[in-house]
Write a protein of this length. Structure first.
Length: 141
């Protein structure tokens, strides 16, 4: 029933079901965002296979990386505090890259600069320099 309430955007029924103990481990991103916003649900709760609802909701990709790749700044900001420091840094760098490159030409260099600056501050504050890999000696197999 929770899925049906979410699928029809009936948040009044969804809220009622959750308040009365409905299973909230569903893989619908809209449901997950609603549950995080309204009920402060723990995004790190996992099923028996070790997957969180967010992991399933975003097609087997880290939710934070998924949001960063799609330039969803509000989601990145909402869930980054629940993720590892390293993933937060990578998400900021990816988000910055997403603002620089856009297939539809909607670049936002100011946003990109802010994201890269935030990532650099985190790296510097925690002594986590970016490791650059040399292309020399790498095979093309």
């Amino acid at each position: 029933m929770l899925w049906a309430a979410a699928a029809t955007n009936n948040f009044r029924i969804l809220k009622l079901l959750v308040e009365h103990g409905a299973n909230v481990n569903y893989n619908n991103l809209d449901v997950v965002i609603y549950l995080i916003d309204k009920f402060n649900c723990d995004v790190n709760v996992c099923d028996n296979d070790g997957r969180s609802a967010l992991y399933d909701a975003v097609d087997q990709m880290s939710p934070l990386i998924w949001a960063a790749e799609r330039r969803c700044t509000n989601i990145v900001n909402a869930i980054s505090c629940h993720c590892s420091l390293f993933e937060q840094i990578e998400a900021k760098e990816l988000l910055g890259s997403a603002f620089v490159y856009s297939p539809n030409g909607m670049h936002d260099l100011e946003q990109a600069s802010q994201c890269f600056s935030q990532a650099l501050k985190l790296r510097s504050a925690h002594n986590l320099p970016k490791v650059l890999r040399s292309m020399t000696g790498m095979s093309n197999t």
